[in-house]
Design a protein. Structure first.
Length: 201
């Protein structure tokens, strides 16, 4: 029985042993590509509620309207020119399911997401069909009074969904209409990627 147990344990560990995890060093050396999967709103707090009427009415589909905007106007919203790697793409469909699962009535009073909670969020993404490094902007809070959007810029291995680096950033919104007003924060986060890249070198 001991031999059988050892064999079963070895069989269980084989996939992990053969999994090739990409690293940030690989990314910076252009050995692997970068995939931006958009904005994960599943843990975000929105305050005050009266500033987010269209979200309150539309429900979680509003989150996907933001990500669809990033895709349809990719020249404006893509982070790729700011991070400077040879192979960079955008696929926001990876966060669609987690965003659609949000109960909007709960977003007004959510506790602030802490860095140690990021791995649990990333573990839900079904990204193992693509190689390389993933990057997601995890929304922490949209504060309509302070006029500030906070995010965790998060890098992770697409195959294993192991988080590799987290950087908290803030951005000031602007523009007409709720969708464009807060979408502008993504542009300002993109502008901070150059500094984040220097930290990773």
């Amino acid at each position: 029985m001991r031999t059988l147990g050892s064999a079963l344990l070895l069989f269980t560990l084989l996939p992990a042993a053969h999994a090739q995890q990409s690293t940030l060093a690989d990314l910076l050396a252009d050995k692997v590509g970068l995939t931006w999967i958009g904005v994960d709103y599943s843990a975000a707090r929105f305050t005050p509620r009266y500033e987010f009427g269209p979200l309150d009415q539309a429900g979680p589909t509003f989150f996907n309207r933001w990500n669809m905007l990033f895709e349809s106007e990719s020249a404006k919203y893509t982070p790729c020119p700011h991070f400077k790697v040879k192979n960079c793409e955008m696929f926001t469909s990876y966060v669609e399911d987690v965003n659609m699962a949000v109960t909007v009535s709960e977003v007004w009073n959510k506790p602030e997401l802490q860095p140690e909670g990021v791995q649990e969020l990333v573990s839900r993404y079904k990204t193992d069909d693509r190689p390389g490094i993933g990057m997601v902007y995890i929304a922490i809070m949209y504060d309509g009074k302070a006029l500030k959007g906070d995010y965790y810029v998060t890098f992770f291995d697409m195959a294993t969904r192991q988080v590799l680096h987290i950087e908290r950033v803030s951005a000031t919104p602007g523009g007409a209409g709720l969708r464009n007003f807060w979408a502008s924060t993504v542009i300002k986060v993109n502008e901070q990627l150059k500094g984040i890249r220097k930290k990773l070198q």
